[in-house]
Design a protein around this ligand. Structure first.
Ligand SMILES: Cc1cc2nc3c(=O)[nH]c(=O)nc-3n(C[C@H](O)[C@H](O)[C@H](O)COP(=O)(O)OP(=O)(O)OC[C@H]3O[C@@H](n4cnc5c(N)ncnc54)[C@H](O)[C@@H]3O)c2cc1C
Length: 383
């Protein structure tokens, strides 16, 4: 077993860290105020290979894979988790197109994503409930050479910063009744709806997509008719969960750094508070959580790079790391005493951001449903 990163991965970490530390801090205040993603950063993220990190070179990407992606998202998230939130969904769209698209679809839609000309979207969730995918209401019906799409998607990342969206809708009843479509924002009847104002990950754009007799060319179906559940499940499991986990991993890094720095600088009773046992134990716990989260995230991404089945490992990395981010951020806030709730201290943002990672990409409970199924599999009676 080899826990060492390659030279290429270490170099990537260094370059993304340098970029994140120099380019993101000046944007944070505006992101926090406006709730808007700084799309002007796409060009430099494209130059670094971040936008196209999992896209194959033949479609304009750099094809570095999932472990590299996790490292890049972790480094961005260490400085500002809203950025990897937007980026990870962007990568989900690339993965869905690459896994299920025809060559024409890949040629047309992956390069603008890989080059950062626009952002990727995967729209599954509806007001009727994100966990109950089969309960969705949006419908698509084939009429002549067009699909007619009706319905509404909510909580969609990059909804307002993208030129086209991958949308799942019902084409029939049951598990084989969902299909995926590539919808361009200029298709007649397609529009963006409200923008959500979240407590955290403020700079990641989250909003609604609305389809009112939206006309989509027949050839814009992604994958097979009736194959939409597979598109949603594979994309959410393999790219979405690891992407959310890596975003939360960035937050855990920041929790340790902020907490350890403050504990070393804050003096009470003539000594830094790090010398108080209760505070040092908090630090020890965050330090250990960071290692656990990193190992879970890197393992899941490495398995994906080896083409191994990793839905259980992805669910474990996602549900553990997002919960750990909340635990660690809370401890980091507490170590700061009253300063922890002041806006000028980063830890309050870490706690707000961590809370938002928990339901995004599938809730913690749904992650545990997947894990419990895996735990019980050896004991399930054959019918
Ligand atoms: C920041 C952010 C970004 C997002 N981006 C996207 C996106 O790009 N695309 C997209 O399609 N969606 C996106 N979502 C939506 C996200 O996927 C959903 O919020 C999530 O699937 C849960 O759906 P829901 O919020 O409707 O909660 P519900 O499904 O209504 O769940 C409510 C509660 O019931 C629990 N619950 C539900 N089913 C079960 C069960 N079987 N067992 C135990 N407990 C259960 C849930 O865990 C939760 O606690 C995003 C959400 C957020 C917060």
């Amino acid at each position: 077993m080899d826990f060492l990163l390659s030279q290429r991965e270490e170099l990537l970490r260094k370059s993304v860290r340098e970029f994140a530390e120099s380019e993101l801090p000046p944007k944070i205040e505006t992101m926090e105020k406006t709730g808007e993603f700084p799309i002007e950063l796409l060009e430099s993220m494209a130059k670094l290979g971040i936008t196209g990190i999992i896209a194959p070179p033949e479609y304009g990407g750099v094809g570095l894979g999932y472990l590299a992606r996790t490292i890049a998202l972790e480094e961005l998230g260490r400085v500002c988790a809203a950025i990897p939130m937007g980026m990870q969904v962007h990568h989900m769209a690339i993965a869905a197109l690459n896994d299920f698209g025809t060559d024409e679809q890949k040629q047309k839609y992956i390069p603008p994503l890989a080059k950062g000309d626009t952002m990727g979207v995967v729209a599954v969730t509806e007001p009727s409930g994100g966990s109950d995918v089969l309960g969705m209401q949006a419908t698509a019906e084939l009429k002549g050479d067009k699909w007619i799409l009706n319905g509404r998607k909510c909580f969609i990342t990059n909804s307002h910063t993208s030129d086209f969206w991958i949308v799942i809708a019902k084409t029939a009843e049951g598990a084989k009744g969902l299909s995926a479509f590539i919808v361009e924002k200029d298709h007649p009847g397609a529009k963006t709806g409200r923008v959500e104002h979240k407590i955290g990950l403020r700079g990641a754009n989250t909003g609604e997509l609305v389809f009112d007799n939206c006309e989509i060319p027949k050839e814009n179906i992604l994958g097979q008719e009736g194959g939409g559940l597979a598109v949603a499940l594979k994309t959410v499991s393999e790219s979405g969960r690891t992407g959310m986990a890596a975003t939360a991993l960035g937050i855990v890094n920041a929790c340790l750094e902020e907490a350890a720095r403050f504990a070393s600088e804050r003096v009470l009773y003539g000594k830094p508070i790090s010398s108080l046992q209760a505070i040092s134990f908090y630090l020890a716990e965050i330090y250990t959580e960071l290692d656990i989260c990193r190992l879970l995230c890197y393992r899941a991404s490495w398995m994906k790079d080896q083409n191994m089945r990793c839905d259980t490992e992805n669910a474990m990395a996602k549900s553990y790391t997002c919960d750990a981010a909340v635990r660690c951020a809370r401890k980091a806030v507490e170590i700061h005493g009253a300063y922890g709730i002041l806006q000028e201290y980063k830890v309050q943002r870490l706690l707000r951001d961590a809370m938002v990672t928990v339901s995004a990409g599938g809730t913690g409970e749904i992650g545990k449903v997947v894990l419990a199924r895996a735990a019980l599999a050896p004991y399930r009676k054959k019918k």
